[in-house]
Design a protein around this ligand. Structure first.
Ligand SMILES: *[C@@H]1O[C@H](CO)[C@@H](O)[C@H](O)[C@H]1NC(C)=O
Ligand SMILES: *[C@@H]1O[C@H](CO)[C@@H](O)[C@H](O)[C@H]1NC(C)=O
Ligand SMILES: *[C@@H]1O[C@H](CO)[C@@H](O)[C@H](O)[C@H]1NC(C)=O
Ligand SMILES: *[C@@H]1O[C@H](CO)[C@@H](O)[C@H](O)[C@H]1NC(C)=O
Length: 354
């Protein structure tokens, strides 16, 4: 995700929108599968991207290709992931018995790896962003095109899982929206679009779909920096709650049992939110819950930034494992592992894995 340019201007309650569920029904295959039989197709943003963005010269948008990104990966290797090593999509792939997320769309060839393909791109949202990262709609177009031209085969699709990780980039542009009414209207548009794309994935052959909800945006270091990383923003978290309530209404898993909502919101809150009632035991393993391991010197700078003369314009912690957050918006690998541990049970049950 990108920075939330301003706190979401909400003060109030959960508001629900009564929209008809959009997703069409189609019977899911009920064949027993072992952990190796699923192809995984990944969509969304930097929580799931494993190298789809171009490796251009160092900038905020390409920092994932430069030190210290990937510095805990084997022999210190930036891989295009927004983390010190693994990200969410890798850990879902590991639940399927693999080492890491499936190969990226960017490196696609004439056939698709049996493990699937990753279409996610850092910075993406459901609406277009200035960096030009492909929107969720565009990513689903890429998937559909490969299905239609036969690159993705019926065999690939037969036992396929789609992951949809949309983590708030759309809300980054709302810095100057002060009207609660306008904000709620916009959340409505974002969640409608997510539901629409989930529908398209199903219609193009995805057999099971995992949909992330929105993590507590008010707890991201970019927001908490102004309090010296001591408190989450109530407004930011309420905005995420409204988004999530809305998403549950629009993607009704009672009606569409091939969809699972992945509750990353609760998992993040359990680990880092000082106000969260339901703490997770793993929370104690993070000495630093809201402060990032890699911190830009300038508030508007970025992890990995360098000055014209090559000086580092960021500080880096010694032990990323002690930190939940890696940079101003993304978890460390340790952070992701603690999040995914909490949602692993429901995901495995949903997929029929052991
Ligand atoms: C929103 O509020 C902020 C702070 O009160 C103000 O600086 C900004 O101009 C307002 N924006 C609009 C579009 O009214
Ligand atoms: C944050 O910490 C710095 C240095 O310890 C201090 O100067 C500053 O006043 C603190 N800010 C807040 C908002 O507590
Ligand atoms: C989902 O649909 C079921 C059956 O139509 C309904 O009872 C339930 O209230 C719906 N859930 C949500 C969150 O809208
Ligand atoms: C290098 O650049 C930074 C700012 O970009 C500046 O603060 C620093 O003094 C410079 N160092 C040298 C050795 O020129």
């Amino acid at each position: 995700m990108a920075k939330l340019s301003s706190l979401l201007p909400f003060a109030c309650c959960m508001i629900f929108f009564l929209n008809a569920a959009l997703v069409g029904a189609r019977p899911a295959p009920s064949v027993y599968m072992d952990n190796g039989a699923y192809a995984l197709f990944v969509f969304g943003d930097s929580f799931a991207d494993t190298g789809n963005l171009p490796r251009s010269h160092l900038s905020e948008a390409s920092r994932e290709w430069y030190y210290p990104y990937g510095s805990s990966w084997g022999n210190n290797k930036p891989t295009g992931r927004f983390s010190n090593a693994l990200v969410e999509s890798d850990l879902i792939a590991q639940m399927l018995g693999r080492h890491e997320a499936p190969p990226t769309y960017k490196r696609r060839g004439s056939y698709v790896h049996p493990h699937g393909m990753n279409f996610a791109a850092g910075g993406a949202g459901v609406f277009s962003v200035p960096t030009g990262a492909p929107t969720l709609d565009k990513q689903v177009d890429h998937f559909r095109d490969l299905v239609q031209d036969g690159t993705i085969t019926r065999g690939n699709l037969e036992n396929s899982i789609a992951l949809v990780a949309i983590s708030g980039n759309d809300y980054a542009r709302l810095a100057n929206v002060n009207s609660t009414g306008k904000m709620i209207e916009f959340i409505e548009k974002v969640t409608t679009e997510i539901a629409k794309q989930v529908h398209r994935l199903r219609n193009n052959g995805a057999s099971k779909i995992l949909v992330n909800n929105l993590h507590p945006l008010g707890c991201t270091p970019w927001v908490t920096r102004s309090t010296n990383y001591t408190e989450c923003s109530f407004k930011g978290n309420t905005g995420a709650d409204i988004h999530n309530g809305n998403l549950l209404m629009k993607i009704n898993t009672t009606v569409h049992d091939y969809i699972l909502h992945v509750d990353v919101n609760k998992a993040f809150n359990n680990l880092v939110n000082p106000n969260s009632n339901a703490k997770n035991a793993m929370s104690a393993s993070f000495k630093n819950k809201l402060a990032p391991c890699c911190e830009s010197i300038d508030v508007n700078g970025y992890c990995g930034q360098k000055g014209d003369n090559g000086t580092e314009l960021y500080t880096l912690c010694k032990n990323p494992g002690d930190y939940f957050f890696w940079d101003d918006v993304h978890p460390t690998e340790a952070g992701w592992k603690a999040v995914m541990k909490q949602v692993e049970g429901p995901i495995k049950k949903f997929l029929g894995l052991h």
